[in-house]
Design a protein around this ligand. Structure first.
Ligand SMILES: *[C@@H]1O[C@H](CO)[C@@H](O)[C@H](O)[C@H]1NC(C)=O
Ligand SMILES: *[C@@H]1O[C@H](CO)[C@@H](O)[C@H](O)[C@H]1NC(C)=O
Ligand SMILES: *[C@@H]1O[C@H](CO)[C@@H](O)[C@H](O)[C@H]1NC(C)=O
Ligand SMILES: *[C@@H]1O[C@H](CO)[C@@H](O)[C@H](O)[C@H]1NC(C)=O
Ligand SMILES: *[C@@H]1O[C@H](CO)[C@@H](O)[C@H](O)[C@H]1NC(C)=O
Ligand SMILES: *[C@@H]1O[C@H](CO)[C@@H](O)[C@H](O)[C@H]1NC(C)=O
Ligand SMILES: *[C@@H]1O[C@H](CO)[C@@H](O)[C@H](O)[C@H]1NC(C)=O
Ligand SMILES: *[C@@H]1O[C@H](CO)[C@@H](O)[C@H](O)[C@H]1NC(C)=O
Ligand SMILES: *[C@@H]1O[C@H](CO)[C@@H](O)[C@H](O)[C@H]1NC(C)=O
Ligand SMILES: *[C@@H]1O[C@H](CO)[C@@H](O)[C@H](O)[C@H]1NC(C)=O
Ligand SMILES: *[C@@H]1O[C@H](CO)[C@@H](O)[C@H](O)[C@H]1NC(C)=O
Ligand SMILES: *[C@@H]1O[C@H](CO)[C@@H](O)[C@H](O)[C@H]1NC(C)=O
Length: 789
């Protein structure tokens, strides 16, 4: 673990910076230099003496990083391997003769503190620059090939930028610089947005944004040396802050940090000529701590103004850990009682709280009624965690409640359930049905052990359905769309009205037509896929299958929200993905994404596939990877859709339904020969074709080309690689293409499209190769027999 530097994943594919280095011989760090906390030299200073790189104290030990010298509070601006534990004072950092920066711990473990491509090194010297950038040079200090500015942690310094796809992640605290709870993302759409880490990075999770939009594929946050923090943009951009400081005596250094409390701030450090220094806060993105989503944990709310903030449990909840109130709260009574009771309203009474903002929660039911009835409405529904009452409407929410806070301007009253103390009456149980469920379960578990997961989950579904019918609550039992991994069961009528009678068709795949819809409760946009006749299996198998699909949860996969089975009608409900498909983006867009973006998208797809093949509970072979099935979300992140049906369709139905987009171009040869030979390598083939299409921004078969040998993409790419004519593969406008990376990428593509499945790499190796972590041998021609002319 420790040998893998923990830098933000998104940064791994950043290209190394090639620049004409302005080296300053006076502070050049030469090969063979070393630092140690207990040696005479613990850090390397910049020529100005304002920045230092080296060991600084953290907890009981030391970490390696860059800081501003002589500050009252140690101002760390960068930390290497920030999540690694501190090392002891006997550790040494050596800039070895062969050009590596190696940290040797007291235990004798050695690890590289920077992440460089093996084909970029070795370094020949290093320097701590006056800009605050720590750089490694190669070729006798002519070329910067690694610099700390490209891998920011929680801070940027005047002169530094963050470009789209990259982010800042706050530190745990002012003294612990490992990864904390918040992330500030420079999105591809040009918006700079703050989210709690580990959230779904959805607009409901965002707590601050610059509200800038570039309409395109690139965004950048810049802090100038003069203290202007801005986002340049096609539509004028936006200045977030101008920290300019009139006193020209001494030196000023600006610093923008996503602080441990989640608030992005601009600071000024002023070094006066008498060697004293001061620090000023010039700008703060937010004034109130309570506005930071995730400051308080689940089922708790934030109260207080400014930096004075407190977390409190909602009525009926207790702190998970009373000594750490930020961790959130749990219901102090069991919801099972409610589900077992015939008359749940008898178990609880309600209490209300004023001025609570619950905007990040999505109500699963909105009904007009009086305030008095609103509380009662929740009591009768075991799924209801809280209701809020505004504008004569009663909104029901499921637990957990997220990001709640007090805001005096909020007029809503929110009701919570409290357990009645003297309810001794034992509710009647559905013992009969539960027992038989257990019996069914144990029999099936005993007999078919390998299918246990699928059976159990599908039995659970059947059980839940029964329960739902029994209670005759089907109107009210909505299992919550956003928060949980549970699937919602939709009725056909509901989906028919959500899609306005299946009016707006947004896609057509091999398994059915997809329609756009809007849920009646809450108005969330959804995509509804009506599966066509091809799926002939029984309900049970279908449920088992979609249960597996629903348990997939990955940022590069389109999320399934629910389903509907009524007789032969089978429909699936997906999250709606806004920005069209990858096919539109790379084949049809006026301005296709730039090189860096394309590489990122390819890695997105690969990571989605890695999840399907290796990381999920079961291995899912997609069988239909193609750009039309890869959708682009609001942040231009690629998400694979249409997965999980292969098993339902194999062996023959699917082959009969070839869609208009000419799917055969992506099909592995073995599929045509014998569909029983399908394996994960089938997907690798399709991925390879898609990868080459992404790189070259053209279809795998393109008739509108200048010479006949360009028609079939894989052959053309192979010929170009063999002839050393890589530049033919990319369009001229793509100014930033890194040809070594291009070569690497097309080589990966060519390995993936090998006719012999055994030669194709696993998706894990594909990712490692794309990231430059492992070597790529020269690929053979993709076709086994080459016609010799
Ligand atoms: C550290 O400095 C002391 C005195 O300044 C000197 O005697 C000693 O040799 C130095 N040690 C190393 C490892 O350079
Ligand atoms: C190199 O560093 C010295 C000492 O701080 C400084 O005086 C000089 O201007 C620097 N030269 C360049 C080219 O940055
Ligand atoms: C460092 O090494 C010395 C000599 O081996 C040992 O006495 C000392 O306790 C070590 N220091 C730490 C902090 O482990
Ligand atoms: C690192 O440097 C120290 C001091 O110069 C030396 O004792 C140690 O052997 C070096 N370690 C490596 C791995 O080069
Ligand atoms: C190394 O630098 C020299 C000039 O000092 C230059 O001529 C040469 O092309 C460089 N080599 C590489 C591989 O960049
Ligand atoms: C930051 O962006 C500006 C404007 O695009 C550019 O001039 C500058 O060179 C960039 N700085 C770095 C360190 O990349
Ligand atoms: C985020 O998730 C990771 C992995 O589950 C966990 O280790 C980390 O503590 C989480 N961070 C926060 C702030 O919850
Ligand atoms: C920032 O403020 C200074 C002083 O008020 C002013 O001279 C400068 O033009 C401002 N910069 C921008 C980009 O507005
Ligand atoms: C700069 O510092 C000098 C001496 O410390 C002082 O005399 C002078 O007034 C200062 N100038 C400004 C603009 O503050
Ligand atoms: C500031 O530090 C420099 C270098 O250490 C020293 O030469 C100078 O005398 C100091 N000035 C004051 C006012 O302490
Ligand atoms: C930091 O403080 C030391 C000692 O007080 C002084 O010699 C040095 O010049 C200061 N450095 C800066 C950059 O102010
Ligand atoms: C609700 O129940 C709690 C606990 O039994 C009790 O303290 C509270 O007074 C009751 N509230 C109402 C309105 O009945």
């Amino acid at each position: 673990m420790a040998s893998i530097p923990v830098l933000p994943l998104l940064l791994l594919f950043l290209l190394p910076v090639y620049a004409n280095a302005q080296q300053n011989q006076s502070n050049l760090i030469l090969l063979g230099s070393s630092l140690s906390p207990n040696a005479n030299r613990t850090s390397w200073l910049s020529p100005s003496g304002l920045f230092a790189f080296g060991f600084y104290p953290q907890d009981d030990g030391f970490a390696i990083g860059i800081w501003l010298v002589n500050q009252t509070e140690k101002t760390i601006i960068w930390t290497a391997n920030r999540d690694d534990p501190p090392v002891s004072s006997n550790a040494t950092l050596n800039f070895t003769i062969d050009g590596k920066l190696l940290l040797r711990t007291e235990q004798g473990r050695e690890l590289s503190i920077i992440d460089v491509n093996q084909d970029d090194g070795p370094a020949t010297s290093a320097a701590m620059l006056d800009s605050g950038n720590f750089v490694l040079y190669k070729n006798h200090s002519n070329v910067i090939f690694w610099d700390s500015f490209d891998f920011p942690t929680d801070t940027i310094i005047g002169g530094q930028n963050i470009s789209s796809g990259n982010n800042l992640v706050s530190s745990v605290s002012i003294s612990d610089h490992s990864r904390g709870s918040y992330s500030l993302n420079m999105q591809i759409d040009g918006n700079l947005v703050a989210y709690p880490v580990n959230s779904s990075v959805d607009s409901k999770d965002a707590y601050w944004s610059s509200d800038t939009y570039n309409g395109g594929y690139y965004g950048q946050l810049t802090l100038t040396r003069l203290g202007v923090l801005f986002l340049p943009g096609r539509f004028g951009g936006r200045i977030l802050a101008n920290g300019s400081y009139p006193d020209k005596n001494g030196t000023t250094i600006y610093r923008a940090t996503l602080d441990a409390d989640g608030i992005f701030r601009l600071y000024l450090h002023h070094f006066k000529s008498d060697n004293s220094s001061s620090m000023l806060t010039k700008w703060s993105a937010l004034q109130n701590q309570c506005e930071v989503n995730g400051f308080c944990g689940l089922n708790s709310y934030c109260s207080g103004m400014g930096s004075k903030a407190d977390c409190n449990c909602y009525p009926g909840f207790d702190f998970i850990n009373t000594s750490n109130k930020f961790l959130g709260c749990y219901h102090n009574f069991s919801e099972d009682d409610c589900r077992r009771s015939k008359d749940p309203a008898m178990l609880y009474n309600v209490t209300s709280l004023e001025n609570i903002v619950l905007r990040s929660n999505f109500p699963y039911s909105v009904k007009p009624m009086t305030k008095e009835n609103c509380g009662q409405f929740c009591l009768e529904d075991c799924n209801c965690g809280a209701v809020s009452y505004t504008d004569s409407n009663c909104r029901k929410y499921k637990l957990p409640l997220t990001y709640g806070r007090i805001n005096v301007n909020e007029s809503a009253a929110t009701f919570f359930k409290l357990k009645r103390i003297h309810s001794t009456q034992i509710p009647e149980l559905f013992i009969g049905s539960k027992r038989s469920l257990i019996l069914i379960l144990s029999v099936s578990l005993g007999t078919v052990s390998c299918l246990c997961l699928v059976l159990a989950t599908s039995s659970f579904f059947v059980y839940r359905q029964k329960l739902v019918r029994y209670r005759k609550l089907s109107e009210n039992v909505n299992l919550g769309l956003a928060e949980e991994f549970t699937l919602r069961l939709f009725s056909y009528n509901e989906l028919e009205s959500a899609t306005d009678g299946f009016k707006e068709e947004i896609g057509r795949g091999s398994y059915g037509v997809v329609y756009k819809g809007i849920t009646s409760s809450g108005g969330k946009t959804i995509a509804v896929k009506r599966l066509e006749k091809a799926v002939e299996e029984g309900e049970r198998e279908f449920q088992a299958e979609i249960t597996v699909i629903a348990r997939t949860h990955h940022k590069n996969l389109v999320r399934v929200l629910g389903f509907c089975i009524e007789g032969s009608r089978k429909l699936l409900v997906y999250e709606y993905i806004n920005n069209g498909s990858l096919a539109d983006l790379i084949f049809k867009a006026e301005r296709p994404p730039n090189w860096k973006e394309r590489i990122r998208i390819a890695l997105d797809v690969a990571r989605g596939l890695l999840y399907l093949h290796e990381e999920g509970e079961v291995c899912i072979i997609h069988c239909n990877i193609k750009p039309q099935n890869i959708l682009m979300d609001d942040n231009w992140m690629a998400k694979i859709s249409d997965f999980g049906f292969a098993k339902l369709l194999i062996p023959n139905q699917s082959r009969a339904t070839t869609d208009a987009e000419g799917r055969s171009a992506y099909l592995a040869p073995e599929w045509e020969k014998n569909s029983m030979n399908i394996s994960v390598k089938t997907d690798i083939y399709s991925f390879g074709v898609v990868l080459l299409e992404i790189v070259c921004c053209r279809r795998s078969i393109e008739l509108n080309v200048s010479t006949a040998d360009e028609i079939v993409l894989t052959d053309w790419v192979y010929n170009c690689v063999a002839a050393g004519e890589l530049q033919r593969l990319v369009v001229v406008e793509d100014e930033n293409v890194d040809f070594r990376k291009l070569e690497r990428t097309v080589k990966v593509g060519l390995w993936c499209v090998q006719e012999d499945p055994a030669l194709r790499p696993s998706i894990k190796n594909v990712i490692l190769m794309l990231e430059g972590k492992i070597d790529i041998p020269v690929p053979p021609s993709p076709v086994l027999c080459i016609a010799v002319s």
